[in-house]
Design a protein around this ligand. Structure first.
Ligand code: GLN
Length: 501
């Protein structure tokens, strides 16, 4: 028998209503999330660090402030899972790597500060592929996360921890990062909403860098309104990040119910190719038909440069990572091997021991691509492709308000299925990568299920087109009306809640 939903199964706006009416407190909501973590995380392993004590203190402070009649932030008392690649003052931050096993940062990332100001309660640091390199969390230095819908399968990656946490009710909201698809692909595989914002909309200050020209921080949520509210809380200019945009729109909620009537939506052939697995293509096509029924004008279009995006990405991202990861040298942070004969020996052996195989592969690829004599042939050529992708997208937005396609080429795969086949693993992001190269925004929204596993549809917006994009996502979600309470849906949860009751 199921024990039924708890506060951990509600959305942030449902929780806000309960808090306002006095039917629930932030402490109760936080306890519900922590109980869910206790009940499930031995299997799911969505968290690397659970910050129960701090979370309860923070929730208590929210409740007291409410009692005193103080004005509260928009996410006051809502439990949140933070991908462990954002630094948190005094709280272990690993980036999923053994090289940062016991790193306690001296400051909070800007996003963390903004979350705290908004009242969100951070329940823990969530698992990821090492330095966000991967599509399954199997490259985490601390063991993989499992997919709540079927624990023999991966949750996607690299933000698999926060995605699985939100899908299973271990947290109501999540924060991930998306360099080539790491928010949207796990969102698709876990059946939640995941937003990759425009490059520069959300501050990267305090984000441990993978590929700086591509990395963006963004929300996970169980519905579009929550995702929009979370994006509002973290977006906006930050003088601490030189790539942070000034004068950006930060209202993503006030027009969210306005629908898609009259919007021009382009179906990108490269994001929904004829040879796409029919099981994934079917719910995506059905979602597109719905958008048309709801009043959007839907037309096909083709963006040929997208064919080269994956190849360009796997030169640019490793090139940038080889430079960003040079700082892990055993001198300043984290691991340092003992008994080194001299400083070079210490650095070499520290990096050898601390980095996993995938990270080493990327560093080697990137170093090679940047080396004298090859730079133009590889990195230079990849940058030209990047320019082409951005230009084709910009031109497409002269005809369309939004573009649409699949988020991922399949549903959640089994643990171990792709881990020894890097190329197949890289292909998981074939539909998400072009957006990172161009820097614009995209969202993955649940479109339906195939054999009990979720499938997402991807909406792609022009630069800073988040408000319109989330409006369309919300229209689709409203029309689909899929249930979103973990306790009613997730088989492992039903069994476990039942075992407890
Ligand atoms: N899976 C892609 C990679 O391995 C994207 C990762 C990401 O977005 N962080 O590089």
């Amino acid at each position: 028998m199921s024990a039924g939903p708890t506060l951990a199964d509600l959305t942030a706006h449902e929780l806000a209503d309960r808090f306002a009416s006095g039917d629930a407190t932030a402490v109760e909501a936080t306890e519900a999330a922590l109980e869910r973590i206790q009940l499930t995380d031995d299997v799911l392993h969505a968290f690397l660090t659970v910050t129960a004590e701090q979370a309860l203190d923070q929730a208590h402070a929210v409740d007291q402030a409410r009692q005193r009649g103080e004005r509260l932030g928009p996410l006051a008392g809502v439990p949140l899972a933070l991908k462990d690649v954002l630094v948190t003052k005094g709280v272990r931050t690993t980036a999923g790597s053994r090289i940062l096993d016991d790193f306690r940062p001296p400051y909070d990332a800007t996003v963390v500060k903004r979350l705290r100001d908004a009242g969100a309660v951070i329940v823990g640091k969530a698992n990821l592929d090492e330095f966000a390199m991967g599509s399954s969390t199997e490259h985490s230095g601390f063991g993989p996360t499992r997919n709540p819908w079927d624990p023999s399968r991966v949750p996607g990656g690299s933000s698999g921890g926060p995605a699985a946490a939100v899908a299973s009710g271990q947290a109501v909201l999540g924060i991930g990062t998306d360099t080539g698809g790491s928010i949207r692909q796990p969102a698709s595989l876990c059946g939640v909403v995941g937003v990759k914002p425009t490059y520069g909309l959300v501050s990267r200050y305090g984000l441990i860098a993978f590929a700086s020209s591509l990395d963006q921080i963004g929300p996970f949520a169980r519905d579009v309104r929550d995702a929009a509210a979370l994006l509002e809380a973290i977006a906006g200019h930050d003088p601490m990040d030189s790539t942070s945009l000034e004068d950006v729109p930060t209202d993503f909620t006030s027009r969210i119910e306005f629908g898609v009537e009259g919007l021009r939506i382009g179906v990108v052939k490269q994001l929904l190719p004829d040879d796409l697995d029919a099981t994934v293509a079917a719910p995506v096509r059905e979602a597109i038909d719905r958008l048309a029924r709801l009043g959007a004008t839907v037309e096909e279009c083709t963006l040929p440069s997208f064919e080269y995006a994956l190849s360009a990405y796997y030169l640019i991202a490793p090139a940038e990572c080889s430079s960003n990861l040079a700082r892990y040298d055993g001198v300043r942070w984290g691991l340092r091997v003992k008994d080194a004969t001299d400083v070079v020996d210490m650095m070499q052996r520290t990096r050898q021991a601390g980095f996993g195989a995938e990270v080493k592969r990327r560093i080697m690829l990137g170093t090679y691509a940047l080396s004298a004599g090859y730079y133009d042939a590889y990195y230079g050529q990849a940058q030209r492709v990047r320019t082409l992708v951005a230009r084709e997208l910009r031109d497409a937005y002269e005809r369309f308000d939004l573009l649409v396609g699949a988020t991922a080429p399949g549903t959640a795969f089994r643990l171990g299925e792709l881990v020894d086949d890097p190329l197949q693993m890289y292909l998981s992001d074939v539909f998400t990568i072009p957006v990172n190269l161009a820097g614009n925004a995209a969202v993955s929204v649940p479109a339906g299920f195939v054999d009990g596993l979720p499938v997402g549809v991807q909406l792609v917006a022009p630069v800073l087109g988040e408000a319109l994009m989330l409006r369309a996502a919300r229209a689709l979600e409203r029309d689909l009306d899929l249930p979103n309470r973990p306790a009613d849906l997730i088989p492992m949860l039903r069994d476990r809640e039942g075992a407890q009751s």
